[in-house]
Every structure is written in structure tokens, then in C-alpha cells.
Design a protein around this ligand. Structure first.
Ligand code: DP6
Length: 411
């Protein structure tokens, strides 16, 4: 008999960045990190896995295209092997308890895996975190594995480091661990998704024609060549981890924002300190930093903030802010980075912030004391899209299969 499970998994955006591995095979990081899991309303991966005694080989379709040479995909194989091993142990244990004839030997079945992201194609957002978290979660459900989410995070970590954090909702700590076998390099939840409901995120999708350096490749060049990274690992992140956990627990937006921006800045400084240097930010990214900095200046106090920017291994900006400031920030971004003509997907207004978004967005007056000349208005389409996300839950079961009755992708 065939077994099948479908589930969805979220994106997470780090506020203390992971950058650097001490073991590239097991994916063990050189520092701990903290992230926030975004709601799956606008951004999610979805995966269906079917196990059947009739399948002759394990196959994977990603966004409608079959991935060939699965045997060479070490990260995928590591996740499959680890979950299958646990399933086999579970089957052996069940056989002892209820008799071998009553246990389905699913661990020996081949799999058909179909996965897709609902991210806007233009977004160019990293999908490895949500993708691998979703894959490993779906496997754990398919195999009915009796293990905790933290145990599961150690398997997802071997697919992509940041994926271990997407197994939890809310605020997540990936403890780097110190053991060589990686058994203590795991994700833990700091606080659930509804701990700080006022905190929200805006993702500004920035145009980028160039294909950048992948995080996997980039971070190891940083480990090899950057002395600043050593300083960051040894002297900066340990203290920042404590301060960030404390700021999240106390819901202290000012401290949270300061640490988030400083940590993004230092991560990109380490990229510049890599030899040869890596550039992820472009002119639009840097202009967004200036707009947010000027917006924060309007508080009149150096340690009071209304928004925090952070950037991963690409030019897209993620802005964390409290709910009440979100419309003002969308207005600012759309004033300085207006949509291209007839762009209907610029801002989809998912939480009904604006009654008539076409008329209102980018047309509200600037905040008091905001220096209008801080940057010029950029050409239309410099920001392609603004996505709005609340803080969300970890992976969850979905009932809408991506495979047809014969075990092939529906789309
Ligand atoms: C800049 O998790 O994509 O987004 O472990 O090699 O798959 P691999 O790298 P990945 O790196 C993410 C780096 C980052 C920062 C972060 O998410 O913490």
C-alpha cells in the first residue's frame, strides 16, 4: 500500500546571521544564529512525498522540473538516509511489539517527492531553508517518527544550515554546538509565533540581473580569508546572542532593531573583508538603508528606532517593524522606489492596510522631520515588489497533494 503526506514549510529571516561552517559535510556553523519564522500566507514551500512498493527508484520534482542525478545530491541523500534509518529502527521496535506482519516496511520503499514554492518568481528569494525544512518535516510525518522538533532540526540542518530554524515557528535559536558529530548543533524555539504579535516584516524585492555568489560557496571563502569573521565569531556573536534573546523575551523593539541592523552590517562587512570580496548589497539596497536610517532619525533619539533592516546573501531588504509603523514604511519605500508602470503585483495588501492601495501607496505625506533629500527617487521598478508578512508557525500538514494517482506531478 502506498503512503503519502503533503505539508508546507515557512521561510525564516535571521536577525543574528549564520555565516561560516566548521564542518561542510555535516553543516556545522562557526557561530550560533537567531531567526524569525515568517507566516506562510505569502511565502512557503510545499512538498508531497509518496512511498510505494511499486516505485522502482526515488525521484524528485522541484518547481515542476525533475531533478536528475539524485545520487550525487549529498545534502538530499543525507536527509533521506537519516530519516529512513530512524524509520527502520521504529519498524524494528514495532515488530517486536505487535509482530512483523502488522508493520508496513515503508523504510524500504522508494519515494516520489514533489516540491514547489509559492514565492513570486520575480522574488529571487532563497528557498533552501523552507524547502529542506518542509522536506524533512514531510518525511518525519510520512515515517511517523517519534522524535522531537529539535532532533528533527539536526537532520534539516544537513540539507541547508538555515533550514534547521524553519522547523519552528516564532523566534528561533540555532545553537552552534561544539561536538564534532554535530549532535549538539540544533534549533530551539525562543518564543512562539504569537509572543510578539505587533512585530511584522516587509520584504523589498530588489531587481538584480547578476547571478550572485551562493551562500554555500561565499561563506567558506569568508572562513578561509576574513580576519574580521574570526573577530565576529569569537568576540561579537556570543554576547549579541544573549542580548538578542533578552530583547525578544522583553519585546524591546529598540534593542532588537539596533542588534538586527548591526548584525546585518557586520555580516556584509565580513563579505567585503573576504578576499576577493563578495558584494551582495547593490545601490538600491544601500539606498534602502539610508531611507530607514533617516526614518529612524525622526525619533530624535539615537537609541530609539521605528524600523530595522536586514539583508541576506542578495540585494533584497527585509524590514522588521511594529505594526503601527508598517503603512508609513510602505509609503516611504514606494515613494523612493516606485513601481514600474502597470505593475499590479507591487504590493498585494494582504492584510488590508490600505483601503485603496493604488491611490494611497506612495502618496501619504512624509513623516515629520524626515529629510526628503536624503536620496533621489529611484527609477521605476528598482524595487519590484513589497511583500508583507506576519510572524508565523513552523511546517504544517496540508491536504492538497501535488502528485496524481499514478505518483507524478499534477502540474
Ligand atoms: C545569509 O543556509 O543558505 O541567509 O548551509 O550552505 O545551505 P547552507 O547556507 P544557507 O545560508 C544562509 C545564510 C544567510 C544568513 C542566515 O540565514 O542566517
Amino acid at each position: 500500500m502506498a503512503h503519502e503526506v503533503t505539508s508546507t514549510g515557512p521561510v525564516n529571516i535571521a536577525v543574528i546571521k549564520y555565516w561560516g561552517k566548521r564542518d561542510t559535510e555535516l553543516i556545522l556553523p562557526t557561530n550560533s544564529s537567531i531567526s524569525i519564522t515568517l507566516s506562510q500566507d505569502q511565502l512557503r514551500s510545499k512538498t508531497t512525498i509518496r512511498a510505494s512498493p511499486n516505485f522502482t527508484k526515488t525521484r524528485l520534482w522541484l518547481n515542476g522540473v525533475e531533478e536528475l542525478n539524485l545520487d550525487n545530491n549529498v545534502r538530499l541523500q543525507n536527509c533521506l538516509r537519516a530519516t529512513m534509518k530512524l524509520r527502520k529502527e521504529y519498524e524494528d521496535q514495532l515488530s517486536d511489539e505487535i509482530g512483523i506482519d502488522n508493520v508496513q516496511p515503508i523504510s524500504s520503499y522508494k519515494l516520489h517527492i514533489c516540491s514547489e514554492n509559492n514565492f513570486p518568481t520575480a522574488a529571487g528569494l532563497a528557498s533552501s531553508a523552507s524547502g529542506f525544512a518542509c522536506l524533512v518535516y514531510t518525511l518525519s510525518q510520512l515515517y511517523e517518527l517519534p522524535i522531537s522538533t529539535t532532533e528533527l532540526s539536526k537532520i534539516a540542518r544537513q540539507g541547508s544550515g538555515s533550514a534547521c530554524r524553519s522547523l519552528f515557528g516564532g523566534f528561533v535559536n540555532w545553537q552552534m554546538g561544539t561536538k564534532q558529530d554535530g549532535s549538539d548543533s540544533q534549533a530551539l524555539q525562543i518564543a512562539p509565533h504569537d509572543h510578539w504579535p505587533e512585530l511584522e516584516a516587509l520584504i523589498c524585492v530588489v531587481s538584480d540581473a547578476k547571478k550572485g555568489t551562493s551562500s554555500t560557496e561565499g561563506m567558506q571563502n569568508t572562513v578561509k580569508t576574513s580576519t574580521l569573521l574570526q573577530h565576529r565569531i569569537n568576540n561579537v556573536v556570543p554576547e549579541r546572542m544573549k542580548l538578542m534573546i533578552d530583547a525578544i523575551n522583553r519585546k524591546d523593539f529598540n534593542k532588537f532593531a539596533e542588534l538586527t541592523m548591526k548584525d546585518s552590517n557586520q555580516f556584509h562587512a565580513c563579505c567585503l573583508d573576504t578576499f576577493p570580496p563578495i558584494f551582495y548589497l547593490n545601490d538600491v539596497s544601500r539606498a534602502i538603508i539610508r531611507v530607514i536610517t533617516e526614518y529612524n532619525n525622526t525619533t530624535g533619539k539615537p537609541d530609539e528606532f521605528k524600523a530595522a533592516y536586514t539583508f541576506d546573501a542578495g540585494p533584497n531588504a527585509v524590514i522588521y517593524a511594529l505594526k503601527q509603523n508598517i503603512p508609513e514604511i510602505i509609503n516611504l519605500i514606494s515613494k523612493y522606489f516606485p513601481p514600474s508602470q502597470n505593475n499590479v503585483t507591487y504590493f498585494s495588501n494582504p492584510y488590508n492596510l490600505f483601503s485603496n492601495e493604488k491611490e494611497n501607496i506612495g502618496k501619504l505625506s512624509l513623516p515629520n522631520n524626515f529629510n526628503e533629500n536624503i536620496i533621489p527617487v529611484f527609477p521605476d521598478g528598482s524595487v519590484k515588489q513589497i511583500l508583507h508578512a506576519r510572524i508565523g508557525n513552523g511546517p504544517k500538514i496540508d491536504h492538497d497533494s501535488l502528485l496524481n494517482p499514478n505518483g507524478y506531478p499534477i502540474n
